[in-house]
Design a protein around this ligand. Structure first.
Ligand code: TIU
Length: 221
């Protein structure tokens, strides 16, 4: 059993029953010219967490822990992208449009790839998801159940959109979730802070949060 001092109280997990879940660390959100930037955001805020996510990933891999990566990526024919999602707002490029990294948020395009530093390796699961939550319209729950996973350690982007939605979906399905505080980021610092507070409020109503250094120290102890 691995135990770390977390917020709002200690978090314990068995490595064999825990997945490291890395949400949407893909070029479309983190590099210039992708979906994040078409929405008017400064992507450098998200780039800044890549080394931290990598440090946790390295420590997790050293222990032989199971890793799941997600990508927000739709089918090329857009059949799993609701028109409401495509047409909302006033981005410079919409989902499915061609940009400098290929078609925006489409599976198989360069922009949908996970950034090089965090690229999946053999044995790690990669889930393409059409929604914000990683459980919606994917095989994630079945894959976790099949492996006996009960706990999820979560990182990725963006904190209040796909990360928070996934943590809430996980909570409703009975998983114990821990969000790595410096392994997640938002285009809006105030939304990140509010999300961390919401997750751990009311006695971990959604889950726990903890800084990466505590998790890494516990993994290497
Ligand atoms: N726009 C934004 O903050 N996020 C997304 O659209 N998707 C994810 O969070 N992955």
């Amino acid at each position: 059993m691995i135990e770390i001092a977390a917020n709002p109280f200690d978090y314990s997990f068995e490595l064999q029953k825990t997945a490291l879940l890395i949400i949407d660390m893909q070029r479309d959100f983190i590099e210039r010219g992708g979906f994040g930037e078409t929405l008017g955001n400064d992507v450098t805020r998200l780039q800044a967490i890549v080394p931290t996510v990598r440090r946790v990933l390295d420590a997790w891999r050293e222990r032989g822990g199971f890793v799941v990566h997600t990508r927000e990526a739709h089918r090329p024919d857009l059949s799993n992208c609701p028109p409401t999602k495509r047409l909302r707002g006033n981005p410079t490029l919409r989902i499915g449009d061609r940009g400098p990294m290929g078609r925006i948020l489409i599976a198989g395009e360069p922009g949908s790839e996970i950034v090089r530093e965090l690229a999946p390796v053999d044995g790690e699961l990669v889930i393409d998801k059409p929604g914000k939550g990683a459980f919606y319209a994917t095989a994630l729950h079945d894959e976790l159940q099949r492996r006996g996973v009960t706990h999820l350690v979560v990182m990725g982007v963006t904190t209040e959109v796909c990360v928070q939605t996934t943590l809430r979906e996980a909570n409703d399905r009975g998983y114990e979730g821990l969000l790595v505080e410096d392994g997640t980021e938002s285009y809006f610092p105030e939304f990140k802070a509010a999300t961390l507070a919401m997750i751990r409020a009311q006695g971990a109503i959604v889950g726990w949060t903890a800084p990466s250094e505590r998790l890494i120290a516990a993994l290497r102890a």
